[in-house]
Design a protein around this ligand. Structure first.
Ligand code: URA
Length: 242
């Protein structure tokens, strides 16, 4: 038996937070009865949301996409912009694991496996993500130290990060910086630079966990193989998700 909001998220219907909202709004029924947050159920129970019966996906699909710029990391967009899901040729209802900004390129996973997606997106999963940022201005060694030790964004300090100054173009007054972080706060990299007075002009994610962009040009994608899926599960399975 598990909490109903966790079961809904594991079905891949939505995030756990969204499930809690639906439960509060009395839109979730288990075996015909409206239930409250925390209700314990199992996969055998009949779960309905807004009158629709939840059906477990029979087969999971996993993709690694090198996201192009100007695509939305979402399943649909209110302004009809292209989404990362539009790029993948499948009839299955997949969704992105986390987000990259509209103008950020790089690696993003997509799947219909709600359990793995939620484990990977959970703050405790500590998945390393490596970004390369092109910023306006000459980044100094002192700035790199600050980024490494953590900077304040929205009054909360970021965790320690691995940061390398890759290149400085003194003529153009730009710098290329590589950062590895395991948090996934909104616009985190851009805000980290903003907090020390730099603007990110270009951002790309070159690594996600053990995945790299090797063999994947921007806009290309591939399926994960079963071994990669099980290694991902092993990375996150012992993390607490309650
Ligand atoms: N940090 C950002 O600022 N943007 C992204 O897309 C990813 C990380």
């Amino acid at each position: 038996m598990e909490k109903i909001q966790k079961i809904i998220a594991n079905y891949g219907y939505c995030s756990r937070r969204k499930a809690e909202k639906l439960i509060k709004e009395k839109k979730v029924k288990v075996n015909g009865k409206i239930i409250d947050i925390g209700y314990l159920a199992s996969n055998k129970d009949k779960i309905e949301i807004n009158g629709n019966l939840l059906i477990k996906e029979k087969k999971f699909e996993y993709y690694l996409l090198n996201k192009p710029r100007f695509t939305i990391s979402s399943t649909n967009d209110e302004h009809n912009r292209k989404t990362v899901v539009d790029i993948i040729n499948t009839k299955t209802r997949i969704y992105p694991v986390g987000r990259l900004d509209y103008d950020t390129t790089g690696l993003i996973l997509l799947t219909n496996d709600g359990q793995l997606a939620n484990l990977l997106m959970h703050p405790s999963s500590n998945i390393d993500k490596t970004y390369v940022a092109k910023v306006s201005g000459i980044v100094t060694g002192y700035d790199i130290k600050k980024l490494k030790n953590g900077v304040y964004i929205d009054n909360i300090k970021t965790s320690k990060a691995k940061v390398k100054l890759r290149k400085v173009d003194k003529k153009k007054e730009t710098s290329i910086v590589e950062l590895t972080i395991h948090e996934g706060r909104n616009h985190q990299v851009k805000k980290m630079f903003e907090s020390i007075g730099y603007k990110v002009d270009k951002l790309t994610r070159i690594k996600y966990a053990f995945f790299t962009t090797d063999g994947l040009k921007v806009g290309e994608y591939r399926k994960l193989n079963p071994k990669e899926v099980s290694v991902l599960y092993n990375l996150v399975k012992n993390k607490k998700t309650n």
